[in-house]
Write a protein that binds this ligand. Structure first.
Ligand code: NAD
Length: 263
């Protein structure tokens, strides 16, 4: 037998595309049944992730929820437990980005960034933790942070603040939930090739006027390992954090950034 777990269940938020999709597929290969969450607006992509997991021979269900709304998060966790059984792991992956200058930030952007990236992670963690405690089973909480929560990057002042807040929350919840045998960790990706990246690149070019491709080149130059990451690079770390191999790890936010934090 391997150290990877079988017949356990995990909820992955924002799993319709990008890093969340890669995490869902990787954890399915590790033997987990998967509750795929995304916004209903992303239903076509989310449905195809569910089908892909089922074709790997695992159970998969779809649970639409806007993670920034507590009642929707509660319904998501209930749907997962009703249909997949006791919950073992939650990956609070859903997040949004927005590039702007700190002095120009609009209140609506400020609110939405914190609602999705921070409240959304907090609500996911809270509802999953209550379920773990009710089950008496322990559990694993895995949150999406970012390299931008470790060091500043131009034009991402509020996004970075939400991710630094996730890092702090991860530490606090790890202390609070240790007695319940719940570990709380986070992954902090660097520049990963997903749709969020294309959107950010466009927003930044609108502000700094750089030609298309220049921002990408500058970013690659800032990565010690010399390449933009792929979602699977992040999924490998999350596979470890979701497995028994990480049982003695808690409160950590782990960079998976090709060395970008040091550039
Ligand atoms: P992405 O935009 O490709 O995917 C995010 C997914 O989350 C989408 O499917 C989207 O529909 C969903 N989502 C958005 N708001 C939601 C909400 N309120 N409720 C439920 N689902 C919601 O982004 P990604 O690159 O895959 O990013 C995943 C996570 O990794 C995010 O938290 C992001 O901040 C973080 N991250 C990404 C990078 C990167 O370079 N791509 C770097 C650091 C951190």
């Amino acid at each position: 037998s391997t150290s990877k777990i079988v017949s356990k269940s995990v909820i992955v938020t924002g799993a319709g595309q990008g890093i969340g999709k890669a995490i869902a597929l990787r954890l399915a290969r590790d033997g987990f049944d998967i509750c795929v969450n995304d916004l209903e607006a992303n239903s076509t992509r989310a449905n195809s992730v569910v089908e892909e997991i089922q074709s790997l021979g695992r159970k998969a269900i779809l649970a639409y929820a806007d993670v920034s709304k507590l009642p929707q998060v509660e319904a998501m966790v209930k749907a997962s437990v009703d249909r997949l059984g006791p919950l073992d792991v939650i990956v609070a992956n859903a997040g949004i980005s927005k590039a702007h200058l700190g002095i120009d930030v609009q209140t609506s952007d400020l609110q939405r960034l914190f609602e999705v990236n921070f409240y959304g992670v907090l609500y996911s963690d809270q509802v999953a933790a209550r379920q773990f405690i009710k089950q008496g089973s322990g559990g694993k909480i895995i949150n999406a942070a970012s390299v931008v929560g470790f060091r500043p990057f131009p034009m991402l002042p509020i996004y970075g603040a939400t991710k630094a807040a996730v890092r702090s929350l991860t530490q606090s919840l790890a202390m609070e939930l240790a007695k319940d045998k719940v570990t709380v960790n986070a992954y902090a990706p660097g520049a990963i090739d997903t749709p969020i990246w294309d959107k950010g690149d466009e927003e930044m070019r609108a502000i700094n006027g750089l030609p298309k491709g220049q921002n990408f080149k500058d970013t690659v130059n800032a990565i010690a390992l010399g390449r933009i990451g792929v979602p699977e690079d992040v999924a490998k770390l999350v596979s470890f954090l979701a497995s028994a191999d990480s049982d003695y790890v808690t409160g950590q936010t782990m960079l998976v950034d090709g060395g970008m934090a040091f550039s």
